[in-house]
Ligand binder design. Structure first.
Ligand SMILES: NC(=O)c1ccc[n+]([C@@H]2O[C@H](COP(=O)([O-])OP(=O)(O)OC[C@H]3O[C@@H](n4cnc5c(N)ncnc54)[C@H](OP(=O)(O)O)[C@@H]3O)[C@@H](O)[C@H]2O)c1
Length: 310
């Protein structure tokens, strides 16, 4: 567990749910709870919150867990950045998730889209953008805490300048910044920056999105690196476990996605070994600062976060 600036604890490993199909995610959530997951990462954009909610509810109903044992995260999508949209969106998402409150509500991206636009408005170009300032969005996020709908609030994909600007303006500080972290982009500078500000980092795409391994636009996941495979053999672990151990050693939480029960167990089981200094140095050397989630179609947006080094 890592401690948030609210005093609440966030489990170090959570289950990602992006691209978990509607037909399999309820069962995946139930399997995950059965094997020990207590942290779930969701989003409006994943279009499967109702099915996640069914899975959570089934395990509360059968007595395996209580609501307070779980740490559920969800995110506000870009079309709903206007202050007056935030509380209604969270209420709608809570209804889908069958929850009374969320443990952590995140602004998914610092840039907004018009409410009337597509949720992924590439064809509409900049005509689809909203220039609502994320400082305004944050006021809606604070209202979620004040109404008891969110225990903690945070951000995702914010750069250091955006975080500084936010910290200078807010009543309630962000507890978490969720960003891409895997050995192809270890993001050490922003992790350090967030630590200094008392913000916990959650790393997404920790395994480098294995299902896209053959996509030429995406860096090859490091679970296929020969030396990582050799480390796995040495420790009688899998390459995924080596990578997750490396990431946890950065002092962050991680949210590997899987719908496969065997892999859920594997991804949790990373606390009974550790890497040698030179093994860590080698995985550090794989850093290329290349993103999977570059969102480059939106790089002309006023609040696009990735023009800065970190
Ligand atoms: N905030 C943001 O903007 C943002 C962006 C992207 C992602 N996220 C969050 O981060 C989560 C994780 O990222 P991701 O889903 O993009 O990528 P990921 O977790 O790096 O990779 C997921 C892929 O890895 C496979 N996998 C899982 N465990 C494995 C293992 N032990 N060995 C081999 N393959 C394994 C999964 O397959 P199976 O499912 O078939 O087992 C799936 O295809 C997302 O689900 C989402 O919750 C947030």
């Amino acid at each position: 567990m890592l401690k948030l600036n609210t005093g609440h604890q966030i489990p170090i490993i959570g289950l990602g749910t992006y691209k978990s199909d509607k037909g399999e995610v309820s069962q995946a959530v139930q399997d995950a709870i059965d094997v020990g997951y207590r942290h779930f990462d969701c989003a409006w954009f994943y279009h499967n919150e109702s099915e996640v909610g069914v899975g959570i509810q089934a395990k509360i109903q059968d007595g395996t867990v209580k609501r307070e044992d779980l740490f559920v995260v969800t995110k506000l999508w870009n079309n709903f950045h206007a202050k007056e949209c935030v509380v209604p969106m969270l209420k709608q998402q809570l209804k889908s998730l069958q929850l009374d409150y969320i443990d952590l509500y995140l602004i998914h991206w610092p840039f907004g889209f018009k409410e009337t636009s597509d949720s992924w408005p590439v064809d509409e170009g900049s005509a689809a953008y909203s220039d609502v300032d994320y400082l305004e969005t944050w006021q809606g996020m604070e209202e979620c805490v004040e109404l008891g709908l969110a225990r903690a609030i945070g951000i995702s994909n914010f750069n250091s300048a955006q975080i500084t600007r936010l910290l200078n303006a807010v009543k309630i500080k962000p507890s978490v910044n969720q960003i891409e972290v895997n050995p192809n982009i270890n993001n050490k500078k922003i992790i350090q920056f967030c630590k200094e500000k008392g913000i916990v980092v959650t790393g997404y795409c920790p395994l480098g999105r294995v299902d896209c391994a053959n996509d030429p636009d995406i860096p090859k996941p490091t679970i296929f690196d020969e030396r990582v495979i050799a480390m796995a053999e040495k420790y009688k672990k899998t390459p995924a476990q080596i990578i997750l151990r490396y990431l946890i050693n950065l002092g962050i939480t991680v949210i590997p996605k899987t719908v496969t029960k065997k892999r859920m167990i594997e991804n949790l089981n990373v606390f009974d070994f550790d890497l040698e200094g030179e093994e860590t140095d080698y995985i550090d050397s794989l850093n290329k600062n290349v993103r999977i989630c570059s969102f480059s179609s939106f790089e002309d947006h006023k609040y696009f976060p990735f023009h800065l080094e970190y």
